[in-house]
Write a protein that binds this ligand. Structure first.
Ligand code: BGC
Length: 410
């Protein structure tokens, strides 16, 4: 501790060219939350401020043992409900922070090819950021991930009306979707994993959806560096359901994601209209900017992909046959960080962060510009409740909704 303070003093006195290097070493010794952060000079000073502010709270954190979960306060909701944050550390060097507000993953520290960890997740340092303005950073999405055209659908002969929170459409479960709910949380631990089980009873009529939906979602961080999302639900009335996870990744920990190399095992994608509702046409990716069947940098055909704002915001129809098949691989060439996605879902929304526009300042003072992060939202096709040709998203009483997605880090 004495040595650390001397280092700190030295660092404060020399905030020049060596700032990032020193900060990286210093923080990896004292503050796992920012361990070895791939820091720019600009953010190094912000990191010091952050570290000083949180030192008393992080003392225990610094001692955290692999294979353990630590719980801390994350703040209070406007209605006084307390929100917690859980720090999960596996035996292979990954640290994940999850809050029970929205099931949000606030941070994921993953080692690079040299063992240096960086936070590969976009988001905020504090609950207030998530309460003020968030494009679903790190969040658990439901009852229906993605869009439902004009916020209407008919089920068992009855028409339901949902909030229009995305132009003319309904998006990600509405005004107060599952991303804005305080979930009940339970810590789960085995010899080779650390996890959190989240539970929410979504009442009949919540956000306009029918039926009491009992939802349990478990996030498990295994020692093989796989992060498993297990979604379960039952209902007492037929309802559409399409749960997913909306984490924004940047495998470099900084900068934009255009040089990340992406492979998606999908030979077709859903063509969408100008409001991002599928037209019903499933188009071959061959010869289009949407062909990721052979890995290519995300930036290569990004402009050609078009859209307003320009970029990828499309649902790819997976060729995979189940959870054992590789659906997606993303490689960040400089750090060597690699992420794989496995899922039993029929589609994946690849979103290249097109709507990020520099108006959000997130963790460590980072300003999130367009393409600062990407999402890989495993799910059913958008607007399925209105498109009978698409695989059904209806859950009926007596049925069990169970889906699994794995993000694996190599
Ligand atoms: C949607 C985007 C939306 C983003 C954040 C994605 O899942 O497809 O259109 O802007 O979420 O709101």
């Amino acid at each position: 501790m004495v040595v650390s303070r001397i280092k700190f003093a030295f660092f404060l006195a020399h905030p020049g060219v060596f700032a990032c290097k020193i900060a990286g070493k210093l923080f990896s010794a004292n503050t796992p939350a920012v361990a070895g952060q791939a820091m720019t000079k600009k953010c190094a000073l912000e990191a010091i401020r952050h570290s000083l502010l949180s030192m008393s709270c992080t003392k225990k954190e610094a001692m955290q043992q692999p294979g353990t979960i630590e719980k801390a306060d994350f703040g209070v909701m406007p209605d006084s409900t307390k929100v917690c944050i859980y720090t999960l550390l596996n035996h292979s060097g990954i640290t994940m922070k999850v809050t029970n507000y929205g099931g949000i993953i606030t941070s994921l520290m993953v080692p690079d090819k040299n063992g240096v960890a960086a936070d590969i997740m976009l988001g905020y340092d504090s609950l207030s950021g998530y309460l003020t303005k968030t494009p679903y950073f790190g969040a658990l999405i439901g009852r229906y991930g993605n869009r439902i055209a004009k916020g209407k659908f008919t089920l068992d002969g009855k028409e339901y009306t949902l909030a229009l929170n995305d132009g003319p459409n309904h998006l990600h479960g509405g005004v107060k979707g599952f991303d804005k709910v305080v979930w009940e949380a339970e810590e789960i631990k085995t010899d080779s994993s650390v996890g959190i089980k989240l539970h929410h009873l979504s009442k009949d009529g919540e956000e306009g959806y029918p039926g009491n939906l009992d939802v349990t979602v478990t996030y498990t961080l295994n020692d093989d560096n796989s992060l498993v999302f297990d979604y379960n639900a039952t209902t007492d009335k037929a309802t559409p359901i399409n749960l997913t996870q909306h984490s924004y990744f940047n495998l470099a920990g900084d900068g934009d994601i255009k040089s990340h190399e992406l492979m998606i095992s999908a030979t077709k994608y859903n063509v969408v209209d100008s409001t991002l509702i599928p037209t019903g046409e499933l188009r071959d990716v061959k010869g289009t900017p949407f062909d990721f069947t052979i890995a290519k940098p995300i930036g290569k055909d990004l402009v050609a992909a078009g859209g307003k704002p320009i970029g990828y915001d499309h649902n790819f129809i997976l060729d995979t046959k189940g959870i054992k098949d590789l659906a997606v691989r993303v490689v960040e060439p400089t750090s060597g960080r690699t992420m794989e996605v496995y899922t039993d879902q029929p589609g994946i929304q690849f979103y290249s962060g097109n709507f990020l526009d520099g108006t959000i300042t997130g963790k460590l003072g980072k300003v999130y510009q367009q393409y600062s992060g990407f999402c890989l939202e495993t799910q059913h096709f958008p607007d399925s409740p209105n498109q009978p040709a698409f695989p059904s998203t209806t859950l009926k009483p007596g049925e069990k909704y169970h889906t699994t997605t794995i993000y694996k880090f190599l």
